[in-house]
Design a protein around this ligand. Structure first.
Ligand code: MN3
Length: 202
């Protein structure tokens, strides 16, 4: 159940499954330490607010401004952290393939080509100063867009549908790639779970 108390969702593959693109040690620490900490901190923030325990994570994150002031930032950072990572794990697969023809057409219509999409996505991911995320999202008219968000902010609060997230916090790549965010992004394109992205779009 996607409500308080939140739990750490299991990965849909093993910690080593995304080797050599993302290494086992990074995946293990990222999931069991970083993601777990967001879950714990979110639950701690909500513990004394039983009136919020019937809200889903999406509901909490789309109404941040209406939450008690004392926990707004904690829910924004940690709730966003839980939500973004849940989506991130499911957006990758060891058995990656190309997008379907119909989704490639959609990408071509919007970005010119799949290569162009990748280069614009990469620009957004490299341009995010410090910690944050790059995203393929769609708006209410189902138009595709690339954006980036700081910290653990989600596209939900902008009224956008998150389709494909890329974690560009250093904890996502530093052990293997050190400062080479560029190489991390190039390799990450090889493990995108396109069917999952297309399902979110529909
Ligand atoms: Mn992360």
């Amino acid at each position: 159940m996607n409500k308080y108390p939140f739990k750490l969702e299991a990965l849909p593959y093993s910690y080593s499954a995304l080797e050599p693109f993302i290494d086992q040690e990074t995946m293990t620490i990222h999931h069991t330490k970083h993601h777990q900490a967001y879950v714990n901190n979110l639950n701690n923030a909500l513990e004394k607010h039983p009136e919020l325990h019937n809200l889903t994570l999406e509901e909490l994150l789309t109404r941040l401004d209406n939450l008690p002031k004392s926990i707004q930032l904690a829910v924004r950072n940690n709730g966003g952290g839980v939500y973004n990572h849940n989506l991130f794990w499911k957006s990758m697969t060891p058995d990656s393939s190309l997008p379907s023809d119909s989704f490639i057409n959609k990408i071509n219509d919007t970005f010119g080509s799949l290569e162009n999409f990748k280069s614009e996505f990469k620009k957004a991911a490299l341009g995010r100063f410090g910690s944050g995320w790059a995203w393929l999202v769609s708006d209410k008219d189902k138009k595709l867009m690339i954006i980036s968000t700081p910290n653990q902010d989600t596209p939900l609060e902008q009224g956008l549908v998150p389709l494909l997230p890329l974690d560009v916090w250093e904890h996502a790549y530093y052990l293997k790639y050190q400062n080479r965010r560029n190489d991390y992004i190039d390799n990450w394109f090889e493990i995108i779970n396109w069917p999952a992205i297309e399902n979110r779009y529909r």
